[in-house]
Design a binder for this molecule. Structure first.
Ligand code: ADP
Ligand code: MG
Length: 586
């Protein structure tokens, strides 16, 4: 095509509104989790005490957010979908002191442009609710419906009219994982609001709304991690920023920075500056290349921060970057350096909750909370028992590590005698339950390979791969046919990254093909067991004391700590009575 043929004769036109809407929608609605974020923010802005989020098929089929907030008056329902229609901002001056999460008046218009949306709402002064449907931006007339106080928004067939976007959606499990992370962040930021999240049929998050940040963190991170958190509440002497939340003891660290979760005036933010301030505060306390865990809120005068930097509002700009950096670094450093790593629990469950001290001026709250962008595995869901006294007897007691034997076994002491733990089998068990939980919560993290690798399989391996493609995808493997018995490996589970991924995948398929794992097991369990076997630490690997302690702590958390996923024992227990007998003391 000739250049001038391509751009020469076309006159400049104002885009038809449907086209402009779809383009603008792209900025706000990138994926299902963006819809969830906007709807949850609206519910919070509406003063909800309870927010329920449901998603089906990773949100592509259905997202529904129901709140018990103030509702929208019937007459204003159609207006809520007009672009730049908002009840939260009336003049340019308001923009300088935004206290609500929303303010751009774009979300509903954007979502409705790329889905089939139904909104039902009722305000306190109205006896019945009203329902409005909007499909691809086209509104249908209002009708009446019985409804509880508050608002419910259902978004179906997301991107049905934007095939380009639809193509870019990841597997439902991946999208569901994003949704989970988003809802968790708000549950942390707002412990006074009760959150419920359901993915397909499964309840994956439920907070009490009792106002305790620590309770929310137990729900999200698990008791084990929470035991190692230190409360933090810091304010500059003069009026200035406040820093509140929890930071990990120096013994708690991770390979990635994403366990540092930050909120500014209860808005989750991604901010390099604040992250760097937290990391620097731990300087000399952590091994190199390891990162701390922190859930922090910066409370700051809204006039000192610009949240209107990006349509998703997750980036912010500070007027005085230096003082913000200094405040965060100082606050964290003080707590971390005053903590003697050998003292046990800094915070015990059941102690009075720690309150966020946000400067947002929300009257109701009772404190702020925040959550995690957790690269944290979501370790706990509502159904998990987490009180010591509810634990099944199969669980392990708290063990004290004594050392490693023959680079193969860990020696530990418990309340009732000695434990000899097989490090490989124990790690397999830990990884297996981690993977199980992540899978149940649809939060298995997948990592793209920089350059896709080609797998040359045997016919037997290829047959297994074809048969188990769904499970492999759910576990985070992205493998596509590449002609004959060749396949292209494009992504692997994040857990898997340290290994040589190609060799590892081939091994897994070979093992499955030989039936090394009993064939009677369900295919997905066999695959998970094989994956864990491959990435678990091996016999002959020497471990640092810290690594051993971490492994033993993780094993203590397992539901079935006494066997590996293949059914072999992970440990031998010599009870005090047995020892006494053996030594002729009894
Ligand atoms: P914004 O939140 O930026 O104002 P939205 O497009 O998200 O823009 O929402 C438009 C308006 O619709 C809001 O300003 C608010 O008045 C109303 N609204 C949206 N969702 C709710 C809700 N869940 N409860 C009450 N009002 C709502
Ligand atoms: Mg909004």
């Amino acid at each position: 095509m000739e250049i001038n043929e391509w751009c020469g004769q076309v006159p400049i036109r104002v885009l038809p509104p449907e086209v402009a809407d779809k383009i603008a929608a792209g900025e706000v609605v990138e994926r299902p989790a963006s819809v969830v974020k906007e709807l949850v923010e609206n519910a919070i802005d509406a003063g909800a005490r309870s927010i329920r989020v449901e998603a089906r098929d990773g949100g592509q089929r259905l997202i529904r957010v129901t709140d018990d907030g103030v509702g929208i008056p019937r007459a204003e329902l159609p207006l809520a979908f007009a672009r730049h229609a908002t009840s939260k901002l009336s003049s340019i001056d308001d923009l300088a002191r935004i206290r609500t999460l929303g303010f751009r008046g774009e979300a509903l218009a954007s979502i409705a442009a790329v889905s089939r949306l139904t909104m039902i709402s009722r305000t306190a002064d109205s006896l019945g609710g009203a329902v409005i449907r909007v499909a691809g931006g086209q509104q249908e007339p209002l009708s009446d419906v019985g409804a509880p106080l508050g608002t419910s928004v259902s978004v179906e067939s997301l991107f049905y009219n934007v095939p380009a976007r639809l193509k870019f959606l990841k597997a439902p499990a991946t999208e569901a994982g994003h949704i989970h992370r988003v809802v968790t962040r708000y549950a942390i930021a707002f412990p006074e609001i009760r959150f419920y999240l359901q993915l397909n049929e499964r309840a994956v998050l439920q907070t009490s709304g009792n106002g305790s940040l620590f309770d929310v963190l137990i729900e999200v991170l698990g008791l084990d991690t929470c035991r190692q958190l230190l409360p933090l509440s810091w304010a500059a002497r003069a009026a200035g920023p406040t820093v509140t939340g929890f930071v990990g003891q120096p013994g708690l660290h991770t390979a990635q920075r994403d366990h540092i979760v930050l909120f500014v005036n209860r808005r989750w933010v991604q901010d390099r500056l604040l992250t760097a301030a937290v990391v620097q505060a731990y300087h000399t306390f952590l091994p190199t290349g390891r990162y701390p865990v922190a859930v922090l809120e910066l409370g700051i005068d809204p006039a000192e921060v610009d949240v209107n930097v990006h349509p998703t509002k997750s980036e912010v700009k500070f007027r005085d970057q230096q003082s913000v950096f200094a405040a965060v670094q100082k606050a964290v450093r003080e707590v971390v350096s005053s903590c003697d790593a050998s003292t046990p629990l800094a915070v015990r469950p059941g102690e009075p909750s720690h309150e966020w001290s946000g400067a947002t001026g929300r009257s109701d709250g009772g404190g702020w909370r925040q959550l995690a962008q957790f690269g944290f595995e979501v370790q706990r869901t509502v159904s998990d028992g987490r009180d010591g006294d509810r634990e099944a007897p199969a669980r392990l007691p708290v063990l004290r590590v004594l050392g490693q034997l023959a680079q193969m076994y860990i020696i530990a002491e418990g309340p009732d005698g000695m434990y000899l733990i097989d490090q490989h089998a124990a790690h397999e068990r830990v990884l297996y339950e981690q993977l199980q939980r992540q899978r149940a919560a649809s939060t298995v993290l997948s990592q793209q390979l920089l350059t896709p690798a080609v797998l040359e399989l045997t016919p037997a391996q290829a047959a297994i791969l074809d048969a188990e493609a769904d499970v492999m995808a759910e576990l985070g493997f992205d493998i596509e046919p590449f002609g004959g018995y060749s396949y292209r490996l494009r992504a692997v589970p994040e857990m898997f990254l340290t290994a040589d991924p190609v060799a590892a995948v081939c091994d897994i398929l070979a093992e499955l093909a030989d039936g090394a794992v009993p064939l009677s097991r369900r295919a997905d369990e066999r695959i998970m067991a094989t994956v864990c076997k491959r990435i678990a630490i091996k016999a002959g690997q020497s471990l640092s004391l810290r690594e051993i302690q971490e492994l033993v702590r993780n094993l203590e958390q397992c539901e079935s700590p006494r066997t590996c996923p293949h059914g072999r024992p992970t440990l031998l227990h010599l009870s005090a009575a047995q020892l006494a007998r053996e030594f002729g003391r009894a």
